[in-house]
Design a protein around this ligand. Structure first.
Ligand SMILES: [Zn+2]
Length: 259
């Protein structure tokens, strides 16, 4: 059984094919999905879909890349939304230092405030971080956040990986490791302890090598697992079982009935 620990199945691009896609995922052994929120205006729809699909787990938060639609009032609603609409985590939240990103000071303010909400609810977090690992670590330390979570699409060094692992995080491994040029990420993955990572697709984004330009879906999780198994010299079954254990450890509410 495979789990996709990070996919945006609530996005409109899946509307016409969601039921069919879910059936195909189940047939291929991709059984459960963690769907993190991006923008406030999508939270209620995400909750509705999560009620409809019992294989979904959800998180709510304000994604750092979409802060143009965000207001501080929305963070006032975050705790209630998490408590009443089945959140197993707060996310995705974080800091994005990609060119063209929102002003970093503002991003850090939103991140810290959402960390406080997660801390108050003792919920883990799903972190979006691009070129910002040190800033994320700084915010985690400043807020005294200790509930761990996932560093989604991790592509940092082994030293950075270990810093996050020490704080109770696991690292999200996705389609980028399938690219021949991703040698640094592959070396880091090979060196990680088996308790340190989970599998993800970031669907509909981040297509695997050989599938560029196509819509990515959780159907690619078995291929990610295959790649991880080859890089680490393990079996696909081992990778599937270990990453599932890791998810359950990091997200204690995974198997609670929340609706
Ligand atoms: Zn995402």
């Amino acid at each position: 059984m495979f789990i996709d620990s990070h996919c945006h199945l609530d996005f409109n691009v899946f509307d016409v094919q969601r039921d069919e896609l879910m059936s195909r995922c189940y047939e291929r052994g991709v059984a459960e999905f963690l769907v993190p929120a991006t923008e406030f205006h999508r939270w209620s729809r995400l909750a509705t879909l999560a009620k409809q699909y019992s294989s979904w787990r959800v998180a709510y938060g304000l994604h750092p890349y979409f802060l143009t639609s965000a207001t501080l009032d929305q963070i006032e609603c975050l705790g209630d939304q998490c408590e009443h609409y089945g959140a197993i985590a707060v996310g995705e939240i974080g800091i994005d230092c990609w060119p063209g990103a929102f002003e970093i000071k503002v991003q850090m303010d939103y991140f810290r405030r959402q960390l406080q909400v997660a801390k108050a609810l003792s919920l883990p977090i799903i972190v979006h971080a691009r070129k910002s690992y040190d800033l994320v670590l700084k915010c985690l330390r400043e807020t005294g956040f200790k509930s761990g979570g996932v560093i989604h699409a991790f592509n940092g060094s082994l030293v950075q990986a270990e810093r996050f692992v020490d704080l109770g995080f696991v690292l999200g491994v996705g389609g980028t490791i399938t690219y021949p040029r991703a040698q640094k990420a592959q070396r880091v993955l090979a060196a990680l302890h088996h308790s340190a990572f989970v599998l993800e697709t970031d669907s509909p984004d981040m297509p695997l090598s050989g599938f560029q330009g196509q819509l990515n879906t959780p159907l690619s999780i078995p291929l990610v697992a295959q790649s991880v198994a080859e890089i680490r010299g393990e079996s696909v079954e081992q990778v599937a079982a270990q990453t599932y254990d890791n998810l359950l450890r990091v997200f204690p509410k995974w198997n609670e009935v929340l609706f």
